[in-house]
Design a protein around this ligand. Sequence first.
Ligand code: SAH
Length: 213
Amino acid sequence: MKDTLKHSGMRNKLAEVLIEKGIEDKNVLNAIRKIPRHLFMDSSFEGHAYQDKAFPIAANQTISQPYTVAFQTELLQVSVNKKILEIGTGSGYQTAVLLALHTKVYSIERQLELFKKTSIFFKKMGYRPKKMIFGDGYKGMPEEAPFDGIIVTAGAPEVPKALLSQLKIGGRLVIPVGIDDQIMTLFVRKSEKEFQKTEYGSFRFVPLLENKN
Ligand code: SAH
């Protein structure tokens, strides 16, 4: 599969849809206009890649809906060189959006098949996260902490304490919390012990699963 002008035209339309749905951050919208989402999906779904929908990827997982990716990225308030931890690499689409914003990305995936597939794809595409590991996102990445931002791209039944503890002061954790559906939740670390919590709308994610490794 290739990236063509036709695909780039469809991405511009997708960005317009996201603006209508309330996404405002220009840098986030530019990242959506830039990243060839169709290349992150099975070729059988190529025709759907620029609809604002989630789609199946390998290992029974999904590539997040573009609106969700944009919404979470906007909440993270990233800027150049910020250190971001992503839980749930999946297809790598969210990772690529963060890289397009010139952040340093660390990412964890617990399905070996996806971890391998996405690692190979990134090499081919020339996407360079700082570190990608096969592991359990509930534990975060203590050896690289603290982070300016942490983004969880699977539905968490509860907020993992390890993730809160790996935030810098002023750092932001964006996490969908809930079982059947999830409330998008933002935690901002105000001090060593204080976190400010804000809840946003309801979303639906595949579950954040514990301890396979
Ligand atoms: N950002 C990805 C979302 C994929 S779906 C994308 O847009 O493609 C969520 C991902 O989280 C899945 O790949 C799933 O395997 C992974 N996941 C679930 N529980 C996890 C855990 N405990 N640690 C790391 N990854 C996890």
